[in-house]
Design a protein. Structure first.
Length: 352
């Protein structure tokens, strides 16, 4: 009775394989094809099983890939987890991408009788992936142009504020100061007007520097970092800012300088608003692989962790704090942004 049950079970298995939508072949231990289901014949362009039976499974792949392995055993050994993507050949020789999964065919005692391979035609998937990569490339180019345009516009407006409005306010201040001698009876009012104009001059200069500090273009990113840290410390009394700049100015390429400065600017602004920190350390270093790493470390209350893809894994407090712009700048510079909890308390933001 046992042989009958075995034969019946085998018949059911072959019926299942024949009706399967997956493309399946079975080989012996040498890689010779002993079974191919109708779905396999259809995607490979064969009419009859006889066209593929007794052929080696390696014949299904390109010569270039066959050179990297010998027979089906080599294919399996080449692919970790017994699955992978290859270029297979239709009957007419045209190539198409397939995802192949392999498994051992054994008898009841565990002896290997051959291999079973399942094929999936991934032509459409690859087409969509190519289109997606092209779209992502176009978006990156557009984002880069947008950031460049923003910086140019910021630079133009800052210059107009400083050279135009700033100069006009300065002339008004001088004119008011001259009137002090001519109209002593209006001294109090004029001095108050001078004070207001002086305040407006300072505000104009501050806005212009925040839009685009001239020191970044005139002297470089290191002087700009040190200047901004001093200004930031003065504007946020009680918050100490230290710097560890361990690279040379010429080691930071020009396209990176703006990204480094803007990420620093946004991070310190966030620290002042949200972290409650008392001390911030700004670091800039270069790895052996020529990777520039900007790190901003604070001792504040901290918040959730963000992974290298910019996805928050902790508190929602970090949302809406300019992190999208920071992450985008890092990505467009060929790097990534990571936000990590600091040992003890606080946060480390690292842009690579």
């Amino acid at each position: 009775m046992r042989p009958v049950r075995y034969a019946g079970t085998l018949h059911v298995v072959y019926d299942a394989l024949n009706s399967s939508a997956s493309e399946v072949i079975i080989t012996d231990r040498d890689g010779t094809i002993v079974y191919a289901n109708p779905s396999f014949l259809r995607i490979f362009g064969y009419r009859e099983k006889a066209e593929v039976l007794s052929r080696n499974a390696a014949d299904l792949f390109t010569l270039q890939e066959v050179e990297n392995f010998s027979g089906l055993k080599g294919i399996i050994g080449k692919v970790k987890g017994k699955s992978g993507e290859f270029f297979a050949q239709h009957k007419d020789g045209t190539l198409f991408p397939v995802e192949v999964s392999y498994s051992m065919v054994t008898d009841g005692t565990g002896i290997v009788l051959g291999m079973m391979a399942s094929f999936i035609d991934i032509t459409e998937r690859k087409r969509f992936e190519d289109e997606l990569r092209q779209s992502e490339g176009q978006l990156r180019t557009l984002s880069r142009k947008l950031f460049d345009s923003q910086e140019l516009e910021r630079k133009r407006i800052a210059r107009e504020l400083y050279d135009g409005l700033g100069a006009t306010l300065t002339n008004i201040k001088y004119s008011l100061e001259q009137l002090l001698d001519d109209y002593p009876e209006e001294k109090e009012s004029l001095e108050h007007a001078v004070s207001l104009v002086q305040s407006a001059i300072k505000d104009t200069a501050r806005i212009a520097r925040r839009l685009r500090p001239s020191i970044l273009d005139d002297m470089g990113v290191f002087p700009a970092i040190r200047w901004f840290c001093r200004q930031y410390q003065d504007d946020n009394g009680g918050l100490a800012v230290g710097t560890r700049l361990e690279v040379q100015e010429e080691e930071v390429f020009n396209p990176l300088k703006t990204a480094v400065y803007r990420i620093l600017q946004e991070t310190l602004t966030n620290a002042a608003k949200h972290s409650g920190a008392h001390r911030v350390i700004v670091g800039l270093k270069k790895t052996e692989g020529n990777l520039i790493i900007l790190s901003i470390e604070d001792d504040g209350r901290g918040f959730g962790t963000m992974d290298l893809n910019g996805k928050a894994t902790g508190s929602d407090d970090i949302r809406g704090m300019g992190l999208t712009s920071m992450k985008e700048r890092a990505n467009l510079s060929g790097g990534c942004l990571a936000i990590m909890p600091r040992k003890g308390s606080g946060t480390i933001i690292e842009a690579k």
